[in-house]
Write a protein that binds this ligand. Structure first.
Ligand SMILES: Nc1ncnc2c1ncn2[C@@H]1O[C@H](COP(=O)(O)OP(=O)(O)OP(=O)(O)O)[C@@H](O)[C@H]1O
Ligand SMILES: [Mg+2]
Length: 249
């Protein structure tokens, strides 16, 4: 039986009272899964996961983490509760060294645990070990995302929540980031991922949701979702037209 780690039910959230951006969204993430949230620009994908992470006010619905109600938990308590959120940008301290970025991320661990935890991340991300003394701001885009993910993973969260980790990266680094996520999942980490890069995300994901106007409109197995006609329609203009021999789409 699968075990639900994250259970988001009928969530309504927004930045101003009475103006919901997330409008009754429900998603689940089971232990060991990569779940992908897709959707057009402005659909509320970032707002949804920020609300889950305690960064956008919630006006209705619940967020359960391992069965525990964390709907009202403030953002700064999320790491301790087991939810690690990696924002799209500003997810590392650019002027600090790689190692100091990792040290700061050890915050909730006992002090004596930190060195071993940092070594664990270096074993997982050899690029970071090689550049431990470099300022994070000098890393390549792909390596910076690696550091952001390592900072989140270092405390062994129950779920890793990522907002567009491949955004703004060149194709080479996009591939690096997706390979990294697939490897992390293989090591047993549960992942909720928002991505614009639908094809690459569906290739590593188990299940996916398509969010439209703040609500999930479609859910399916990631590997088949790309060819789903409903998704094609929801995504109209967001993906290449179907390759129909000579026919109009
Ligand atoms: N800080 C904010 N204050 C007020 N409104 C916001 C804020 N951030 C986002 N919004 C609004 O919420 C809506 C959804 O934005 P959101 O960033 O969640 O969408 P998204 O699906 O992540 O889009 P994208 O694919 O472009 O990242 C938009 O209309 C946006 O203008
Ligand atoms: Mg977004």
């Amino acid at each position: 039986m699968s075990e639900t780690v994250l259970d988001v039910r009928d969530l309504e959230a927004g930045y101003e009272p009475g103006v919901p951006i997330v409008r009754g969204a429900s998603i689940t993430v089971d232990k060991g899964e990569i779940v992908v949230v897709l959707g057009p620009n402005g659909a509320g994908k970032s707002s949804l996961i920020k609300a889950v992470a305690g960064l956008v006010p919630i006006s209705r619905g619940t967020v359960l983490l391992d069965g525990k109600d964390i709907t009202a938990a403030p953002a700064h308590t999320m790491v301790r509760l087991g939810l690690a959120f990696v924002p799209q940008t500003e997810n590392v301290f650019p002027l600090m060294s790689v190692e100091d970025n990792l040290k700061v991320a050890c915050g909730i661990l006992e002090r004596r645990q930190a060195p071993a935890s940092i070594e664990e991340m270096y074993a997982m991300f050899p690029d970071l070990a090689r550049q431990k003394r470099s300022a994070a701001g000098n890393l390549s885009g792909g390596q910076r995302q690696m550091l952001a993910v390592a900072r989140a993973l270092i405390v062994h969260p129950k779920v890793l929540v990522l907002d567009e980790p491949s955004a703004g990266l060149s194709p080479k680094f996009v591939a690096v980031v997706f390979e990294m996520l697939a490897a992390i999942r293989k090591s047993g980490v549960t992942i909720l991922l928002v991505e614009q890069n639908a094809k690459a995300a569906l290739a590593i994901g188990d299940r996916a949701y398509v969010l439209v106007e703040g609500k999930e409109r479609h859910e399916g197995v990631a590997s088949t979702l790309w060819d789903d006609p409903v998704v094609a329609e929801l995504y109209l203009g967001q993906r290449p037209l179907k390759r129909e021999a000579g026919g109009a789409a």
